[in-house]
Design a protein around this ligand. Sequence first.
Ligand SMILES: *Cc1c(COP(=O)(O)O)cnc(C)c1O
Length: 392
Amino acid sequence: MHDDNLDWEADTLAVRAGGQRSAFGEHSEALYLTSSFVFRSAGEAARRFAGEDPGNIYGRFTNPTVTMMQDRLKALEGAEACVATASGMSAILATVMALLRAGEHVVASASLFGATVQLFQNVLGRFGLGTTFVPATDLAAYRAAMRPNTRMLFVETPSNPLTEIVDIAAVAEIAHAGGAWLAVDNCFCTPALQRPLAFGADIVIHSATKYLDGQGRVLGGAVLGSAELMSEVLGFLRTAGPSLSPFNAWVILKGMETLGLRMQAQSAAALQLARWLERQPRVERVYYPGLPSHPQFALAQRQQSAGGAIVSFEVRDGREAAWKLIDATRLLSITANLGDTKSTITHPASTTHGRISPEARAAAGISEGLLRVAVGLESIVDIERDLADSLS
Ligand SMILES: *Cc1c(COP(=O)(O)O)cnc(C)c1O
């Protein structure tokens, strides 16, 4: 049995951290499909419930496979504690429900995942939590939006689909000056490319559905931060129930073993694709943090170890041309999902951002000709060929 060694490099942690072994001595981490756990005596049951004995009680609270997944992700993010959840959205919900209350206020980047915006605006708003949305990269706007009752700042970087980069250290400073926490949705980069806690963030949120699984199989999520904050989040989960299933935890646990390799390979392919797209006459503009033409190239270089796997670009002639290109692809999957080994293509203006008014969409820079590709693990030769055929 190994002890987790926090001096290990990330690639080692991804394979070894959090791996507990049962008395059978299995080499690969076991999947514990059980909803509850037995006690050896009435006294032990009482001690477990009283929190005096740290063992498992019930699947809504803890499960050994879920614990392994949490410990591995915790090691990769450099966090004190991790709480796994049923999905990325339940990670965000659990964080807010555990740490905030009615009458308090959140400052959020306007460039968030669509369901996250809906959650803050339409769901949490009904329960008396106020949210002010500010442009993702405008530090003065974050500062101006702060109120005495602001308890949390919430950002996503790089943003979807325009890959805007939020300066995590600068926004953390604004949050802390106002007595608030900074939460960062680290879904697009994963700890393989970016570790928000090292830049001063207090909370990291994941949709494990994306790159942590990495092969488009299961839903999952996680919240990371100090042991003190995460015990509150776990408390909400125990009570309210959006816990991660052991099967999904096992898939994500094993998915993380190849996270570093996948993120490096998919980022390298995305950079190559972005450079190639910049040379195509029918492409008006390319959005990718690894391109020197990106407005925050220098910040991205400081904050991320690679550009990530999401490339967006604008084609001439708006929606008609964009849809024609999508319909002509033979390799890329037409789906709004991302973080898979299979490359995907989507038209944000008519899908993920379709519910926003055309004016708000234009203000957010999401044009009718914009397309987003999430680069997978197919050969970049075939991806470029597919797009070249579709562009012509
Ligand atoms: C997908 C996604 C979510 C939501 O995650 P689910 O697992 O689908 O609930 C949250 N944030 C970002 C950035 C995402 O891409």
